[in-house]
Each structure stands twice: as structure tokens, then as C-alpha cells.
Design a binder for this molecule. Structure first.
Ligand code: FCB
Length: 486
């Protein structure tokens, strides 16, 4: 049992600016990254099980077979969340755990895990926020063609109905997809994520089908869930900046904004694909046959909340300029671009910024600008920061503590950015730290620690890092400490 450290028990900070009443404090994880139990109780492989077993795809050959063993330790994990004072937990559901072939009836043992997890959360006074899809397509559906095939949207709508039926009475907030950009463009474009295909046209087709699957699932959820339930989607909106004021760099930024952001916000929130996106990519796909009559109406059904994930801004130019130019946009190096139609755009590391262990620049103003831009462009939809956080090279001291002052500084700076955006009019309803605990960081395996709780994988012992105590203190105060971390 780990108690919240008494030396940072609540102090009075009456002068501190408080977050809005009802602002939600949470932490997030994803099924494949934490659950483990990959072959238990009827679960079958997802594309990430297959990908992580493919030599050379994941660092050190790591897999999610055991991960943080959340499947078995969820009760302890919920108890820890309660001790930290978390008000909400964002988790995802493993599709192949509840519907092993991706079609047909659900497996009760799989559903039971999520029923028990949710009951445990509710008992602890923690609001469950469920994501239907965080990148782990059942392998059978990939074998049948995966997201580039339209039929996969039928499968997803059925799966959404199963989950609404199983958990709709106790989960009040539902998210269809986490970062469909990564599923489409890292999964089928650059191939650094599962299923590892490198087909630009397939990536664009996948993006449309992910949009359609989102819209169809929203309709299913709305039809089955109580009226008070909230529906949402989470996007990794790129905060794109041109390297210089040149027209060429402005065009690079427009292109990356189109195929990185507006390819999702356009159809979902405006009911249309951007004209410039279609122009940039029409040599790769025939949008007029890809998008069927009625698709855009289906995709743009109203949602209650837009989740945004932010880690670092995206600095671009065209053509490449100097030694700072790179083809790696921060999502992982590949010979294939995840930017179909805009492969010539170059990416840059911003100068003079501190970096995380991912080599991502630390830039809280990027989050402020992202929230302001998004609320200006889409004032009708409230925002939720569904992921924000940082990896650092954490270790356990001989005294058994994990000191992570860089992470505290990162969180402090980014929460300050949220607060500034709220003060300037953005309707931001909450913040979920990525991640509750160290976990399987996709192609980086276990080499990157994003948790606010340290996981010793050999023993599965959890050790709240100093940042967890700091975050617990912020939650109790409902405000940031006046001065930065000590
Ligand atoms: C996001 C993912 C999440 C995690 C963080 C670091 O893109 O949604 O699973 O990997 O990045």
C-alpha cells in the first residue's frame, strides 16, 4: 500500500486560480498497453499482438502479453487511483477480448472484466470513461482487409452495440476512437504501427472508414444509451507551425493540417471533407467512389465532447531546409511517409526547447494554441484534454522513491496552459494525464515510461512517482500550486 506523501498534504493556497467547477481530473491508459492476459478468457490476437511478434517491429521484441498486468491487478490499480484522488479513469476496451473474431456474439468472460473494472471504479467514486478502440483491431478483421475495407465499419457498429448493451447502464462517457490518425497513417502509411502496411491509398481509405465507423457507432450509442450519456471521439490534433513565413512553408503547414487534422474534424464536425485535402490526394484515391451518399451525414452526427491529445507541436517546411530537416515527424522513423500526397514536407525539431525521452520538444504554448484554435474553429463542441504527459528516464532510488521533477514541470506548464485557455474562453471540461502508469509504449516497447506511477515489470509493483503526489495535490486544491515544483 502506498499512501499519498504527507509532506505535500494540502496546503492553503487561497490566492491560486482554481479550475472551473466540475473540471474533471483523470488519468488514461489503453487496453493493449496495460492489460496483459493476452490469451486469457477467450481473448484472441489483435493486430498489435501480431505486429509485436513480428521481428524488428517493436524495440527489444517487447509485446503486450503481460504489460502492467492490469487485467489481474485492476482492483489494486483502482485503489491506487482512489488514494491519488483521481475523479475519472479513461481506459479502452480490447475488442478481441469481448468479440474474439470481430464478429458474432460476445464472450461473457471478456465482458465481465470490464463490468468488474467499472463496478470497482464506481464503488471508488471514480467516473469511468470508456474508449471503444485504441488501435487494437481483431486480427481476423485485418485478415479480411482491415480498415481500408468498408465492411469493417459494419463490424465496428456491431461491436459498439455489444458494448453499449453490456456497460451502458454504468458508463456515462463513451469515446469511439482514440487518435484515428495513428490507426490510418501510422498503421497503413508509414507502417510503424500495426498492422504495418505501407500503402498510401489504403491509409486514406482507412481514414474514411474510421470516420464512418465513428459516425455509425455514435448513432448506435445514441440509440442505446441513456439520454444523459456523453459521446465523444479523441483526436491527436497536430499543432502545426510553418518553419518560416515563406509561402512554401505556409503550404506545408496547410497540407499537414489537412491530412493530419481536418481529414477528421471536417467530416465529423462540419459534414464535409476539405477541398484542399481532396486536391492534395486525388491522385491516390477517388474520393467520389470512396465516400458514398449518406456517409457524411452519418459521420457528422452530433457528439457531446471532443477529446484532444497533445504532446508537442509539429514544425514543418518545404522543401527540406538544412541539417535540422528530418523525415521523422516524431511518430517514428520509416522509409514510408505517413502523409499521403504531402510526402515532400519536412519536419523540424524546434530549437531551444527542452525535450522529453521521446525527443519531443516541451512546449505548453502549443497546448494553449491548440485549445484556442479548436474552440475558435468549433465553438459548438466542448473540449476535454484526453491525453497529455511525458516520458522521462525514471528510476527507483535506493530509498525506493521515483523523483521525476521534469514530469512535474511538464504537467505544471501544460495545466497552466489549460487554465490560460479556459480564462481566454475555451470550454475545456477536464484533463487526463497520460498515463496512469508506465506501460507498453507501442513500437518503443517498455523503453519509454509515461506513467505518473512507476511499474517495476519484474514484480509488477507500483510506485507512485513524485509527480503522482504532486498531481494528487493539484486535484485536492482544484488549482495549481502558486510556485512551480520544488
Ligand atoms: C498517444 C497514444 C497513447 C500513448 C501516447 C504517448 O499517441 O494515444 O497510447 O502511446 O501517445
Amino acid at each position: 500500500m502506498t499512501a499519498v506523501r504527507p509532506d505535500i498534504a494540502p496546503k492553503q493556497a487561497p490566492e491560486a486560480t482554481r479550475f472551473p467547477t466540475g473540471f474533471v481530473w483523470g488519468a488514461a491508459t489503453a487496453a493493449y498497453q496495460v492489460e496483459g492476459a493476452a490469451a486469457e478468457d477467450g481473448r484472441t490476437p489483435s493486430i498489435w499482438d501480431t505486429f509485436s511478434r513480428t521481428p524488428g517491429k517493436v524495440r527489444n521484441g517487447d509485446t503486450g502479453d503481460i504489460a502492467a498486468d492490469h487485467y489481474h491487478l485492476y482492483r489494486d490499480d483502482v485503489a491506487l487511483m482512489k488514494r491519488l484522488g483521481l475523479k475519472a479513469y479513461r481506459f479502452s476496451i480490447s475488442w478481441s477480448r469481448v468479440q474474439p473474431t470481430g464478429r458474432g456474439p460476445a464472450v461473457e468472460r471478456g465482458l465481465d472484466f470490464y463490468r468488474k473494472l467499472v463496478d470497482e471504479l464506481l464503488e471508488a467514486g471514480i467516473t469511468p470513461v470508456a474508449t471503444l478502440y485504441h488501435w487494437d483491431l481483431p486480427q481476423e478483421l485485418e485478415d479480411a482487409g482491415g480498415w481500408p475495407q468498408r465492411v469493417t465499419t459494419d463490424r465496428f457498429a456491431d461491436y459498439a452495440a455489444i458494448m453499449a448493451g453490456a456497460l451502458g447502464d454504468r458508463v456515462g462517457t463513451w469515446t469511439t476512437f482514440n487518435e484515428p490518425w495513428c490507426s490510418a497513417f501510422l498503421g497503413y502509411g508509414s507502417g510503424v504501427h500495426a498492422p504495418g502496411r505501407t500503402e498510401p491509398a489504403s491509409a486514406l481509405r482507412a481514414a474514411h472508414h474510421l470516420n464512418l465507423a465513428h459516425g455509425r457507432a455514435i448513432e448506435v450509442l445514441r440509440g442505446q444509451l441513456p439520454a444523459a450519456a456523453q459521446t465523444s471521439v479523441t483526436l491527436n490534433l497536430h499543432q502545426v507551425r510553418p518553419l518560416t513565413a515563406s509561402a512554401a512553408d505556409a503550404d506545408a503547414a496547410r497540407r499537414i493540417d489537412a491530412v493530419g487534422n481536418r481529414i477528421f474534424t471536417g467530416p465529423m464536425l462540419r459534414g464535409e471533407y476539405p477541398e484542399d485535402l481532396i486536391a492534395d490526394t486525388r491522385h491516390l484515391v477517388d474520393w467520389s467512389t470512396l465516400v458514398h451518399d449518406g456517409d457524411l451525414a452519418a459521420i457528422s452526427g452530433p457528439i457531446d465532447v471532443l477529446g484532444v491529445n497533445y504532446y508537442t507541436p509539429t514544425l514543418v517546411s518545404t522543401p527540406e531546409k538544412g541539417a535540422g530537416s528530418t523525415r521523422d515527424d516524431g511518430h517514428g522513423a520509416s522509409d514510408y511517409s505517413p502523409w499521403p500526397g504531402s510526402e515532400h514536407v519536412a519536419f523540424h525539431l524546434s530549437e531551444g526547447k527542452q525535450r522529453t525521452a521521446m525527443n519531443w520538444a516541451i512546449d505548453p504554448d502549443g497546448l494553449y494554441n491548440l485549445l484556442m484554435d479548436t474552440s475558435r474553429d468549433h465553438p459548438e463542441v466542448p473540449l476535454m484534454v484526453t491525453e497529455n504527459g511525458a516520458a522521462f528516464d525514471d528510476y527507483v532510488s535506493p530509498e525506493g522513491r521515483v523523483e521525476d521533477p521534469e514530469r512535474i514541470a511538464y504537467l505544471h506548464g501544460h495545466l497552466d496552459a489549460v487554465q490560460r485557455a479556459v480564462a481566454d474562453g475555451a470550454d475545456v471540461r477536464g484533463y487526463f494525464l497520460w498515463s496512469l502508469m508506465d506501460n507498453f509504449e507501442w513500437a518503443y516497447g517498455y523503453s519509454k515510461r509515461f506513467g505518473t506511477v512507476y511499474v517495476d515489470y519484474a514484480s509488477q509493483r507500483r510506485i507512485p512517482k513524485a509527480s503522482a503526489h504532486w498531481y494528487a495535490d493539484v486535484i485536492r486544491r482544484h488549482a495549481l500550486p502558486q510556485t512551480g515544483p520544488s
